[in-house]
Ligand binder design. Structure first.
Ligand code: PLP
Length: 356
């Protein structure tokens, strides 16, 4: 990086580690590396986009009122109980920008979705990480409760968690909310459709609760960047002060409106993934590859010192999986797609695994 002594970034940014998610050249491969929908979105979405997209629409700044009504009805919340966001990533960013200042205390878990730490660090927060339980990677409820301080400003939790696949139940969430009434508690439900566990029903009772949902995973709209951040209406007013007014583009809004109409597509895909996850478990057991049972559309496996080699060899065979050994030694995360895709993966994996 060229050094320009006259122009320096904020110290919080200067000391951050760079984040380079692997990307590029993924479209033509079997994408088992980002927990996306592996078959693409519903055709209802692409048809709706084509029907509704006329030249004039692209000339107009995005409008959200129809989407807001339809999304509220779909998620069974009031129209003003959520912000529409540019993916969960913007939800995390807006939450942090609304509630967290320089040096403020933020609690996250480890390992966890990388963007919690990313946005907290950009904001200059003081981040503390609580480790998932060694071995089982179970949610460390007692440890987290014990770590909450009167000055804690935000607690960011993914439920179920990426990459562990493990989760926290309603009772645990309530204990966290009650212990930290002074903190914004985010329950990121990016994988809700696979786990069936949601905190949305608790919104009315807990003014410090924030729940995020995304259209990037089961809905197959990761490219468009859209999600929702639910919380009580009085909090939404604060969030919207910190959010750019047009951060979600019109195509994404149209796509989300169409996606929630095709509930059959979602039910069928979730059913397929849950069956494929069982198939993957059986295949891994056959190969004696340890794994953690998951509540999401991904499984964390333990490939020991062969983690990187297996990831690279699978790539040469057109299959992408995600190495997570930088967080937990030897771990590789595999996204679950359809049963056919899992059979294909297992066939190649078996061939590679037995080679040495
Ligand atoms: C826990 C979790 N939250 C959020 C996201 C990203 O969501 P979005 O695409 O809506 O920003 C991911 C993606 O991997 C994730 O694992």
């Amino acid at each position: 990086m060229p050094n320009n002594p006259k122009l320096q970034p904020r110290p919080a940014v200067a000391k951050m580690a760079p984040y380079h998610p692997p990307s590029g050249d993924r479209g033509d491969k079997l994408r088992l590396d980002f927990n996306e929908n592996t078959i693409g979105c519903s055709e209802t979405v692409t048809q709706f986009l084509v029907e509704h997209l006329v030249e004039n629409d692209l000339a107009v700044y995005p409008e959200y009122s129809a989407a807001r009504r339809e999304l509220a009805a779909f998620f069974r919340v009031a129209d003003d109980d959520f912000a529409i966001t540019n993916g969960t990533d913007e939800a995390i960013q807006v939450l942090i920008n609304t509630y967290v200042d320089d040096d403020d205390d933020v609690l996250i878990l480890k390992p966890a979705y990388a963007m919690y730490k990313f946005y907290a660090e950009v904001a200059g927060a003081s981040v503390r990480e609580i480790a998932y339980r060694p071995g089982t990677l179970a949610f460390p409820l007692a440890e987290l409760l014990g770590a909450i301080r009167p000055e804690t400003k935000a607690i960011l939790i993914s439920n179920p968690n990426n990459p562990t696949g493990t989760g926290v139940d309603h009772e645990g969430i309530i204990r966290i909310l009650k212990r930290a009434p002074h903190a914004a508690v985010l329950i990121d439900e990016a994988y809700y459709e696979f786990s069936g566990v949601t905190a949305l029903g608790m919104l009315k009772e807990y003014p410090n609760l924030f729940v995020s949902r995304t259209f990037s995973k089961v809905y197959g709209l990761a490219a468009l960047r859209i999600g929702c951040l639910f919380t009580q209406a009085s909090n939404v007013e604060w969030l919207q002060k910190a959010q750019s007014p047009y951060s979600v583009n019109s195509l994404a809004v149209l796509a989300a409106r169409a996606a929630i109409r095709d509930t059959q597509f979602i039910e069928r895909y979730v059913g397929e993934v849950l069956a494929a996850r069982e198939l993957l478990y059986v295949g891994l057991e056959k190969l004696n590859i340890p794994y953690i049972k998951s509540q999401g559309n991904f499984v964390l496996t333990q490939m020991g010192d062969r983690a990187i080699e297996i990831r690279d060899d699978l790539r040469t065979r057109g299959i992408l999986v995600r190495d997570r050994s930088y967080e937990i030694a030897g771990c590789v995360r595999i996204t679950v797609g359809t049963r056919d895709q899992m059979r294909h993966l297992l066939k190649e994996l078996e061939d590679l695994w037995r080679k040495k």
